[in-house]
Design a protein around this ligand. Structure first.
Ligand code: DLL
Length: 433
């Protein structure tokens, strides 16, 4: 089902006309209300009226995370506090967090977009949504929550953590849709297993996963382990929160960006030049309907590409490829650019390891080193140890039976006993020393 058929399937020329109108209104608004933008426009020698077509957008200066930090906490708000009904903040692992605000109409728009997102994922009003995104300053919990209610589905506001209790709730309440980060989802599956429960015995049909980069192989892993469809959802606090873009369940190939509210661009992160469709670079967003916290050409640092080709679902909104990483996540190891998601794709191909990994980078004797810590699959680990122990015991017993002498058998790694080029050295007798 398409939630907002008129806007989501609108011919692209009509969409462009709406975008331009909304963009022009937004620019007038930020110029008048946010001193930061007025200053930026002045520096660029421009006034909002200079933007006559969508292409003109590329003449405007960018907004960066640093700009938001410099105006911490409310300096970028375009409305007085009396009109702000909600405040969220992004985590701020590096430096001050980014504070964002919403008017009542912003919350309304966000709820609508999240309802759209749920429908794109395949939800209906009859669904029960287990929402394991964190509630609080993070936009995931409440963003998803309001969208689920707007759709008319039943939402279980369980938030993150308290994992065992989550599993009991899943068993008892019978939710049909799971919303969580992909990594937490895998943890949920692990804990369910420890509790003697398989996700396949639960009622879930599909899940909407995002808030962190995840690979196509991680999708497969989740779909197989949980026995559900896994759909990718993207968003960021500065632009709105979850529900900026989502995959449709029909194609599961790229995320439709809700272009009647957000204008995306892809730029080369170094030269800052706008790149053509299909090319990979940094995603930049301009919001065109937000009241409290509009952003103009906001540099997300997320790396992706844009694809305007028609989609089988009927939506005309452009698709972005799944985010492969962030410009600030990229590791340079001896000159080679490495994204954690690339390592993840390699790890996911190995049956013996789990999707739990960490990369440790160091510099030893002026050389970069990369250590990939990855957990061995528990079943394999347990089986292997058991098998090794059984083999050791069996050989020990055989020796005793055959020769009547007790021996401790220690299995060692293949190829760890020195090979000889002549006669094999079969005995090292330390007693003779
Ligand atoms: O993570 C909003 C959100 C909540 C999205 C729930 C989806 C689901 P922030 O905390 O501001 O907002 O973090 C935004 O997270 O710039 C990306 O780097 C990353 N991110 C979000 N969704 C995805 C995704 C929320 N589907 C930052 N794939 C963004 C990859 C994602 N990265």
């Amino acid at each position: 089902m398409i939630y907002d058929i008129d806007f989501e399937t609108m011919p692209r020329e009509a969409l462009a006309a709406i975008q331009l109108r909304r963009l022009q209104t937004t620019l007038e608004n930020v110029y008048a209300k946010v001193p930061f933008y007025k200053e930026k426009f002045k520096e660029a020698g421009m006034v909002p009226g200079d933007i006559r077509c969508l292409k003109d957008l590329s003449k405007l200066p960018f907004t960066t995370k640093q700009d938001l930090r410099d105006n911490y906490p409310y300096g970028m708000f375009a409305v007085p506090m009396e009109s702000v009904v909600r405040i969220h903040a992004s985590s701020g692992t590096t430096g001050a967090p980014t504070v964002v605000g919403y008017t009542r109409r912003d919350i309304d728009t966000w709820s609508d977009l999240m309802a759209r997102a749920f429908c794109a994922g395949g939800a209906t009003r009859g669904d029960i949504i287990h929402n394991a995104y964190g509630y609080g300053l993070f936009t995931g919990g409440l963003g998803v929550h309001y969208g689920a209610e707007r759709l008319g589905a039943s939402v279980i506001p369980v938030s993150g953590g308290n994992t065992k209790r989550q599993i009991t709730i899943m068993k008892d309440f019978g939710p049909t849709i799971l919303t969580a980060t992909p990594s937490y989802t895998l943890h949920l599956a692990e804990v369910a297993k420890e509790m003697g429960l398989s996700f396949k015995d639960l009622n879930f049909k599909f899940g909407i996963f995002g808030a962190e980069p995840w690979s196509e192989s991680m999708r497969q892993e989740i779909e197989e382990t949980l026995g559900i469809d896994a759909v990718d959802i993207y968003g960021l606090s500065e632009v709105m929160g979850p529900g900026v873009a989502i995959e449709c369940h029909e194609a599961k190939k790229g995320l439709h960006i809700f272009e009647d509210h957000f204008i995306p661009e892809i730029i080369d992160p170094i030269t800052e030049e706008v790149l053509p469709y299909g090319e990979t670079g940094e995603l930049v967003f301009t919001t065109i309907t937000k009241e409290a916290f509009p952003v103009i050409r906001y540099r997300t640092r997320d790396i992706t590409s844009l694809h305007p080709e028609p989609c089988i679902c009927g939506r005309t909104h452009i698709r972005m490829k799944r985010v492969s990483g962030r410009t600030d996540d990229m590791l340079i190891i001896r000159g080679v650019n490495v994204f954690p998601s690339q390592i993840e794709s390699v790890l996911m191909k190995s049956a013996e390891t789990t999707p739990h990994y960490q990369l440790v980078v160091d510099r030893v004797n002026n050389l970069d080193t990369l250590t990939v810590k990855v957990e061995v699959s528990e079943s394999l680990f347990a089986d292997e140890i058991k098998m090794l122990q059984n083999t050791e015991k069996r050989i020990s017993k055989d020796i005793k039976e055959y020769l009547g002498v007790s021996a401790k058998v220690m299995l060692v790694e293949p190829k760890s006993i020195a090979r000889s080029e002549g006669k094999a050295v079969r005995v090292i007798d330390n007693r003779r020393r």
